[in-house]
Design a protein around this ligand. Structure first.
Ligand code: URA
Length: 432
């Protein structure tokens, strides 16, 4: 008999739980013996009381133990790399980085998640591609990393099932933004999926779960420690999430922007982050290159078309149609226009993420069905000059009513001034 109520109460009262107790709770949840409402209460107790480093480690281990582990290194015979983000708005980085790295000859194998709160999820984005399968079996995953060089999958019934359940529950119970819960969620997936070297993109700012650099550093340090304990090489990049990344926010729109980026036509901030993450992964791999050479190789993969070819091969290997015109499009497209001349001073990431969510690009309850076609394209970003009446964003909506609401929300996300704000780089800090 699992003592779930007692464990929740002890955590609520600030006590430390031992590894066996955390394991009992997590494994009981996965077996269906502990109901959602008790785990939701437990997550809320963790949110307010936190977990010690030992508890965070134990929670991560328990989550890994809820399913199978893949030893990718042994299966592939050489190091495999992976990249993950703590979640942001317009963050399609893995979708571009994976093909670039694989095109440079480094195997990339990743287990990803769905949207959380106002942030989009890589799996939801991939599912906007007709036919794409995110649920590969562990054997299919390994075979694809070996044969194609690239696979991105969801938590299957066998791989970290605890995270699959917890992720969905945290999303709708306001328990996402806790360092230990995020760190254990991300690192359990990374460790179970078996990559040797991992780049973690820790988002900072308005649209991120970590609002300040200090909080982001704290999360990065916990994840570096979890990676080290598991014998993985980890680099954390702390990146700006005060405004959406790139232009597109919304599933199919982000896939289009990924394709454009792999053609060398991506937005500046996104190009910069993709190049940085790809360079770290190539440097951590067995290619034996330094960062300068890694950057040059990543650039070449875009220039010579091999990254785009790799994207197409990968999507087709997972059953998807890689053609851009196969992606769904929204019935209503509206422009949002600048109310004055001047410069964009700020563009709230959370407000844009919420506008996309309300259009149907994300979930407001666990069982909501996503509309893959809808979202927002931010044509003007922080520091861009605008003229009164000029289009600053596009709203892609299912109907006129939701388009009207989104236009108001998107306009309210922008502030303007007569002077340009100081330039801020996308990569703020690198740790590890
Ligand atoms: N990404 C994850 O995989 N898990 C979290 O908890 C947050 C972001």
């Amino acid at each position: 008999m699992i003592r779930a109520a007692e464990l929740i109460q002890r955590k609520r009262d600030g006590e430390q739980l031992d590894p066996g107790e955390l394991r009992e709770l997590v494994l009981g949840y996965v077996r269906g013996e502990v109901p959602d409402y008790q785990i939701a209460a437990f997550c809320m107790a963790v949110y307010f009381r936190g977990l010690s480093p030992a508890e965070t480690f134990a929670l991560t281990e328990a989550m890994i133990a809820s399913g199978e582990r893949i030893d990718l290194h042994a299966a592939i015979g050489r190091p495999v790399v992976d990249k993950h983000s703590t979640g942001g708005v317009g963050d399609k980085t893995s979708l571009a980085v994976g093909p670039i790295v694989a095109a440079c000859g480094v195997p990339f194998g990743k287990m990803s998640g769905r949207g959380l709160g106002h942030t989009g999820g890589t799996l939801d984005k991939l599912e906007s591609i007709p036919g794409f399968r995110v649920e590969l079996s562990p054997d299919e995953f390994v075979a694809q990393v070996r044969d194609v060089g690239l696979a991105i999958i969801g938590q299957t019934a066998n791989l970290v099932p605890a995270d699959k359940l917890l992720y969905g529950l945290r999303d709708v119970t306001a328990t996402v933004d806790n360092v230990s819960l995020i760190a254990s969620s991300i690192m359990s997936k990374k460790i179970a999926a078996g990559a040797d070297a991992i780049v973690l993109d820790v988002k900072v700012g308005d649209g991120a779960f970590m609002k300040t650099l200090d909080d982001a550093r704290a999360l990065a340090e916990v994840m570096l420690e979890l990676g080290e304990r598991a014998g993985r090489r980890v680099v954390c990049v702390l990146t700006d999430m005060d405004q959406p990344l790139g232009s597109a926010v919304g599933n199919a729109l982000e896939i289009r922007e990924t394709i454009a980026t792999l053609r060398g036509e991506g937005p500046d901030d996104f190009n910069e982050l993709v190049a940085d993450a790809a360079a770290h992964l190539l440097t951590l791999s067995d290619l034996g290159v330094d960062e300068r050479e890694a950057r040059a190789r990543a650039r070449t993969a875009i220039r010579d078309g091999s990254a785009l070819q790799m994207y197409e091969r990968w999507i087709a290997a997972q059953g998807g149609n890689p053609a851009e015109d196969a992606l769904p499009t929204a019935g209503v497209v509206r422009h949002v226009t600048a109310p004055q001349d001047g410069f964009v001073q700020s563009l709230g990431a959370i407000a844009i993420g919420t506008a996309a969510l309300r259009l149907g690009a994300g979930r407001q309850t666990k069982d909501d069905v996503i509309d893959h076609a809808v979202g927002v394209r931010c044509l003007k970003k922080r520091g861009d000059a605008v003229a009164s009446g000029e289009a600053i964003a596009e709203v892609h909506a299912r109907d006129d009513r939701s388009a009207d609401e989104a236009v108001d929300r998107v306009l309210a996300a922008y502030t303007f001034d007569t002077e340009a704000p100081p330039r801020r780089p996308i990569v703020l800090e690198t740790l590890g």
